[in-house]
Each structure stands twice: as C-alpha cells, then as structure tokens.
Design a protein around this ligand. Structure first.
Ligand code: DGY
Length: 329
C-alpha cells in the first residue's frame, strides 16, 4: 500500500511496469517508488496483467496493453492509478476508467518533438528514396554517381497537409515551415490564429487531401479516423503525393495504399506504424517506394526520460491529492 517515504514528503508506493523502460528512466522510478518491472519484457496476457495489478498501487502500461470495460471490471480495488507510457489512448476505455473511478495518466506533449522529427525523417526518406539508396549500398551494387541515380522529390516549397493538428501536428508544422512548406490542415475544429501560425484550415477532409503534396497522418485512432485513408480518399490526393504516418496503422487501409503506391497515385510513403503490429502487411516490403520504421516515433532518450518524468510527477500529484496535468480520465 501507499506508505510515507523516510526521505521527505513523497509517498512511496508499489509501481508495476509492464515493459522495461530505458535504464535511466527506470532509475527515476526506483528512486521514488518500490518498482516491479516485467522481467520478460513482453506483452502480458490479460491474466498476467491482473496478477501484476493485484500487487501494485500504480500500474505503468504501454499502448499494447489493452484496458477495455471487461478488464476495468476485473481490476483489483487496491489499484490506485493507471499510467500509460504513451500519448495514444486507443487501448484504454476512458469511460470505463471513469466508471471504475480509476485515474488514468498519460504522456502528452513531452514526445511531440521526437515524433515530429520522425515525421520529417519519414517524409525525407520517402521523398529522397532512402530505402533504395540503402539497398544499393548494402547490396554492393552501387556503380558510382550518375545524374539519373535515384532521382527523388524535393519537398521545399510544397504543400504539407496535416490531418490532426494537435500538439504533435503543430510541432510537425513548425518543422515543415523550415522547408518553406505551405502547411494545410484538417481538424475537428479550426485552431485560433496563434496556434494556426498561418496554416490553412480545410473544413473538409477532401479539401485537405486535394491540397496535400505531402499528407501527414497525425490524428489519434478513433472510430472516425480508422481506415480514413482508403481507396476513395487516396483518389482525392494529387497524383504522386507522399503519405506519412506517425499516428496509428489503423488509419490506413493497407490494400488501398499498396495499390496506390503500385499505380503511382501515391508516389511514396513513409510509415512508422502499422495495422496489427508487430506484424505488417508483407506487401510493403516488396515496394521500393516506401520508407519504413518499426514504431520509433517517440524513441529518443530525451522523450523517454520526459515520458517517465511526467508519469512520476503525475503519480506524485495524485498521491498528494493534487490535480495532475497529464490526467486523461
Ligand atoms: C505513443 O506514445 O502513443 C507511442 O505511439 C507509443 O505507443
């Protein structure tokens, strides 16, 4: 149970972490709490999750641990806080959490720079044929420079369309302005001018798609956004557009995107997230015009430490009876 620490007013409690965090982040947790961490570093089964929850005051989980209404119903009453080491929340039924009265903490804001950097890497990797360049070198097939070698697309001055202009979307927009790109966006609500920073709002998705030389998916996975990029919407993009996904794989209908990458309707794609991770549609691997990363958006030490810190601070606030800035339910 929660107990008073001997060093100061911080309460030490039992924190169970379902996946190992980088050592520096684990150290921070251990300095403040009595920590159990999954020694196998694999996704726990629902039964295992319950066993772990039974021994913890705070459960630190990832986007790959599912908390639906059934799981909330079975959680032990001793559990005080659910803390997800993610900005994405699609794995948690927030309504069920509220019904159960279990506070949920997440990691908003602190990973936006890292994820935005990944979006730029994916855009450039797709535009400049980075996968083909890698293969040419690593296969030993490179015969030397020629003017026709791997001619790509210059993104400078082109239109970047951002679907989902939240914190991550706006951070990507700032980076895009560094490439003199004309930022466009579609959001549920138009942003105030200080957040828009000159970006052009499109009231409809179709309007955004038609104006996107580079389309960046930065929206959460919700019933409204799932399979939002499909055959019909892809046809609304300018021919040869670049598609970037740093959000969630289920925003894309893979068969439709693969068909468009094959026909040239989509010129290239940079993807960091996939349907059914860690699996991905195998057909992507045979396409030259894709640049793929294994869900790495927030994987920098800076972001990982900040994610740990915001969770720790939130846990401390909640234990002290204060509001936590990163509480999402
Ligand atoms: C996030 O924070 O949501 C990342 O995608 C990791 O799950």
């Amino acid at each position: 149970m929660v107990s008073n620490s001997t060093s100061g007013s911080t309460q030490r409690c039992r924190v169970a972490v379902t996946r190992a965090l980088p050592p520096q982040a684990m150290e921070r947790f251990r300095a403040r709490h009595d920590v159990w961490v999954n020694p196998d570093d694999r996704v726990l089964s629902p039964d295992e999750l319950m066993q772990v929850a039974a021994r913890a005051d705070v459960l630190v989980v990832t986007a790959f641990d599912r908390f639906d209404a059934k799981v909330f119903g079975a959680l032990p009453p001793t559990l005080k806080i659910l803390a997800t080491h993610s900005v994405g929340l699609e794995h948690i039924d927030l309504e069920a959490a509220k019904q159960r009265g279990l506070p949920v903490l997440a990691t908003p804001d602190v990973l936006s720079d890292s994820v935005a950097e990944m979006a730029i890497l994916l855009m450039l990797g797709a535009a400049r044929r980075a996968q083909e360049g890698d293969r040419l070198l690593y296969s030993g097939q490179w015969k030397g420079w020629t003017p026709t070698q791997l001619v790509g697309v210059e993104v400078t001055g082109r239109r970047m369309g951002i679907l989902g202009m939240g914190r991550i979307g706006r951070t990507i927009a700032r980076r895009a302005r560094g490439f003199d790109m004309a930022v466009q966006y579609h959001n549920r609500q138009r942003l105030p001018p200080d957040l828009e920073q000159g970006a052009r709002h499109h009231a409809t998705l179709a309007g955004l798609l038609a104006a996107s030389d580079v389309l960046v998916l930065a929206a959460p996975s919700t019933p409204e956004t799932r399979r939002l990029l499909n055959a019909e919407t892809i046809a609304q993009l300018p021919s040869g557009a670049i598609v970037v996904n740093i959000a969630r794989g289920d925003l894309i209908d893979d068969s439709a995107l693969i068909a468009a990458l094959t026909s040239g309707q989509v010129g290239s794609a940079g993807l960091d997230v996939f349907n059914g991770e860690p699996r991905l549609d195998e057909r992507y691997k045979s396409l030259a015009n894709v640049f793929l990363q294994p869900h790495q958006g927030s994987s920098t030490l800076t972001a990982r430490l900040a994610m740990a810190q915001i969770l720790l601070d939130g846990i401390d606030s909640m234990l002290a009876g204060r509001a936590a800035v990163n509480r999402v339910a």
